[in-house]
Design a binder for this molecule. Structure first.
Ligand code: ADP
Length: 187
C-alpha cells in the first residue's frame, strides 16, 4: 500500500524551508498532500488560493504532491482524507514546545493519528514565513529564502522594486503587475 502523509501549515508565504521539508518528505512517503490551513483568526498576506498557487509554482511538476486546503480541525480533515500521518518541520527548541502540544492534542482527538517530524537543514533553520514577510515588507532582499515565484509575488504585494538578483523576465513580470499595498488583510 502506498504511504501517504499530510503536510499542513499556513505557508504565508511558502519558503525554501517548506520546500526542503516537502522534498525530503517525498523520500519517506509515496504521496504528500500539502494542506494550507484556512485560519480566519489570522490576518494573512496571501489568500489561501494564492498560497496554493505559490506552492505549486515553487514546486513545479511533482505528480506525487497534491496541494489542498482545509478549514477547521486538522484531525477532521485527516479523517475525511483517510490519511492519519502528518509531516511537520522542526527548526528550534521553540518549535518543539508547540509541536509537542499539537501532536498530543491531535492524537487525543484522533487516536491513530501520528506526527512525523523532520529537522530542518542548516541552510533553513532561521527561515520563517513571518520573518520573510517582515523583511520583504521593509524592502529587504529575501532572494535565496523563497523560490523566484514567491519573490515576484512578495514584490508585487509590497509594491517595491524587483530585487536586482531577480531574472530580467521575472523582474518585468513583477513590475507590470504591481498592486497597491492596501490589499493586505481584510480578505
Ligand atoms: P504553522 O502556522 O502551522 O506553523 P507554517 O507555514 O509556519 O505553519 O509551518 C508549517 C510547518 O513547516 C511547521 O511544521 C513548521 O515547523 C515547518 N517549517 C516552517 N519553516 C520551516 C523551515 N525553515 N525549516 C523547516 N521546517 C519549517
Amino acid at each position: 500500500m502506498a504511504s501517504e502523509a499530510i503536510y499542513p501549515g499556513s505557508f504565508d508565504p511558502p519558503t525554501n524551508g517548506h520546500f526542503s521539508i516537502i522534498n525530503r518528505g517525498l523520500r519517506l512517503f509515496d504521496r504528500l498532500t500539502v494542506a494550507v490551513a484556512n485560519n480566519p483568526n489570522k490576518v494573512a498576506l496571501f489568500s489561501v488560493q494564492e498560497r496554493k498557487e505559490l506552492i505549486r509554482g515553487g514546486l513545479g511538476k511533482e505528480p506525487r504532491v497534491t496541494i489542498d486546503s482545509f478549514d477547521g480541525l486538522l484531525t477532521s480533515y485527516a479523517r475525511e482524507k483517510g490519511v492519519h500521518v502528518i509531516l511537520r518541520g522542526l527548526r528550534a527548541v521553540s518549535d518543539f514546545d508547540y509541536e509537542f502540544q499539537l501532536a498530543n492534542m491531535n492524537r487525543k482527538l484522533l487516536p491513530d493519528f501520528e506526527s512525523v517530524f523532520m529537522m530542518t537543514g542548516e541552510d533553513y533553520f532561521y527561515i520563517s514565513s513571518r520573518l520573510v514577510r517582515e523583511v520583504a515588507e521593509f524592502g529587504g532582499d529575501v532572494a535565496g529564502l523563497v523560490p523566484p515565484n514567491v519573490l515576484v509575488a512578495l514584490t508585487r504585494r509590497f509594491g517595491g522594486s524587483p530585487p536586482a538578483r531577480l531574472s530580467a523576465s521575472a523582474a518585468r513580470a513583477a513590475k507590470s503587475a504591481k498592486s497597491p499595498r492596501g490589499r493586505r488583510g481584510g480578505r
